[in-house]
Design a protein around this ligand. Sequence first.
Ligand code: ADP
Ligand code: MG
Ligand code: ZN
Length: 598
Amino acid sequence: MDKYGILKEYFGYDGFREGQEQIIDSILGGRDVLAVMPTGAGKSLCFQIPAIMLDGTAIVISPLISLMKDQIYSLKENGIPAAAINSSSDREALQKTYSEAYDGKYKLIYISPERLDSRTFLALASSIKISFVCVDEAHCVSQWGQDFRSSYLKISNFISSFNERPTVAAFTATATQAVRCDIENLLGLKNPDTVVTGFDRKNLYFEVRKPKSKLEFIKEYLDMNRDKSGIIYCSTRKNVELLYGRLSADGYSVTKYHAGLDAEERKSNQDNFVRDNIRIIIATNAFGMGIDKSNISFVIHYNMPGDIESYYQEAGRAGRDGENAECILLYSGRDTAVQRYFINHPSENDELSVDDMERLRRRKLDRLDKMVEYCMGRKCLRNYILSYFGEVRTNGCGNCSVCCGVRETADITVQAQKILCAVARTKETLTVGTIVDFLSGSETLAAARRDLSQIKTFGALKDCPEERIAEIILYLVRKDLIDTDSGILKLNENSGSVLFSGKRVFIPYKSESKEAPPASEADDDLLSILKKLRKEIADRRNVPAFVIFSDSTLREISAVKPLNAAQFLRIKGVGAKKAESYGQIFIKAVNLYINEKM
Ligand code: ADP
Ligand code: MG
Ligand code: ZN
């Protein structure tokens, strides 16, 4: 089967993204590759497809066990034999993996860099046919990058241990020239085909905020985005714990992740997040490299990170499924001080000389300056990031807080009080629509209901556009400050806090120029049925939901409503294996839904 066939058959996609085809062709042709593509661009496919096509087994060196695990789940789900060799496998499982590997059963074997010089592994590598060697997250080899790992330095020895040098393909999302050079030199790439794709992630919206209270901002945001999944990054464990304490006490669906938790808790918290049992994870930067969760709708930085590389990589974990997603950085001057402290108090590093340490420190301070400049938000945020990575643009992007002219949260306390007051004075008898007319002083309403026009708050918000009044009312309903009962507005036990106790109400300002992409019309009712079904299947198989189907695939199913296998196969993200495993169940659900609706 050719690469197009495999893309469709195993992964269910109709076309390649930028750069993918060229990389695959180079690997197939036996040429080394250095691929620089942003997070979410689809690097995995670039080595998985040649691994499937070539004879033998591809060795994939990957820094984190969790990262391997998710990829192997997905590969198996797509019908591709793959395994991992790492320190978390128990002896028995490892033995089985080895014996199957000797039989040439796997198209891909993932290994952590620490294991590269293990005798057992070297013996295996020298006796089976290796199709090529892939180095994922290759920037880890560079001390100038943001997550250097000394075990990555073992890779070049490993490569030269072969009698016949295998093709080497290196992948990274870090594009700065210094890191690129290091990868080429330290891995010993030979005349690599260097593929650098655009760094822009069009579906991500960027925003910088300096809210008076970061906590309040986050609560407002979470209230406005109730069924979305997201990450909140903090710069310290202490902040993670604090924020976690506040948000969980207020009943938000949150979990936490940092290096101070024991391995078991970290793992279970991560699993709960990845499997959509818990909507939000609060984490230090220890959380991430291993996360392939594709349906993350927002990444909020509670603190500014130390450099643009880290920021773009962390923020880039949003919207991997191509859906619109938001990346919001909450900045305060203190963040700069904290980062500067980190830089000036580095952890011991035996492998670096004093001079090198000093050079490293200076570079980090330079990078910090750039990060702070980003937060000042003087020009288009996206263009700032892209130019940092060497891509120059002149026009504003139209999809960042600078281009959209976003203001901070609006204080709507006065409007809220007038609305609640109007509901009280009209004796809780009116619908949302009538209250809007009432507050804007509609003449039609006055003509129809003279009694209402006599009441004191009639027309109290006449300077406010009607849509805005309606928006605020709906926001109050969502914030549980007022109730609706069959469309009639009623005060509730929280209303008094605004009316009498001076509770202030803020509404996040949403930019209006932001357009949703012309997605096919999803059917929300069917979509939620499909999501439930997906969750059931995922839980039964003990895998994350997005491994079964991504959100965008479910959305397309809900829009297209496939009624037979052929139609089902045409959905983006459905390959042969998945159609076989899940086609019937999902088609049945669609059928049932249509029958009930008609
Ligand atoms: P990266 O490693 O570059 O951060 P991944 O390999 O994890 O990105 O891919 C991100 C997402 O993009 C995955 O959900 C993957 O299935 C999807 N993807 C990759 N290639 C394509 C393609 N050609 N068409 C549609 N989706 C794709
Ligand atoms: Mg990747
Ligand atoms: Zn912009």
